[in-house]
Design a protein. Sequence first.
Length: 244
Amino acid sequence: MEIRIGHRVFAPSVGMTLLTAALCAVFVILGRWQWHRGALSQAEWTRFSQGAEKVIPIGPAPLGSVSLFQRVSIAGRYDGTHQFLLDNRSYEGHPGYEVLTPLVRSGGEIALVDRGWVSFTGRRDRLPGIAIAPGGEMSVVGRVANLPSAGLALGRAAPPLTGPWPRVTSFPTMQELSRSLGSTLAPRILLLDPHEANGYVRDWHPPGIEPARHWSYAIQWWAFAAVVLFLWVRLGFRPGKVAA
């Protein structure tokens, strides 16, 4: 392809043209992917906000039947002798754990209640004190949520099947927690409301990064495509031969 414009000729090489097309296609696809992720994240954040509007008593209904992020009230008793510590959980830049305590519900279902974040003691062999006084049945208010998931499989560590409690684990599945506990757990957990007793730091946020960051990444990818296209045009020009 050769186009003469004044005293210059636009004649990019085939190799440069193919490389430009490939890079632009990749950058556009990545931008669309990030934009789509931003839309999904926005839907999650909206649902998280709407779920806080009211508390719904769910009675004996399974926790898995309730909409994600909905605030609910359930009755049960804490099992303080069998607790988990979710490792690799930070708060305001500080390392720590999130405390998962089984709640034996009136209907027999066992739900894990995330009682909040506790700081790392500085030593792996000295776990934080998370004891909870034994008591009878009580009403507990919190948000229905999924277990935190790891971005990379390398960050996962299932809880041990034997040994003392509490048991430390990192991004486990509910099946792994059930095997360690020896009882089937509800498929979702409950994020304990900040005003509830028996909790720690509970500054709950929607999962994942905020939608605006996904959209900004999308714009960056599209900007890369525009830069590559500009360079293709810029480098494709060369001086034309002057006619005799």
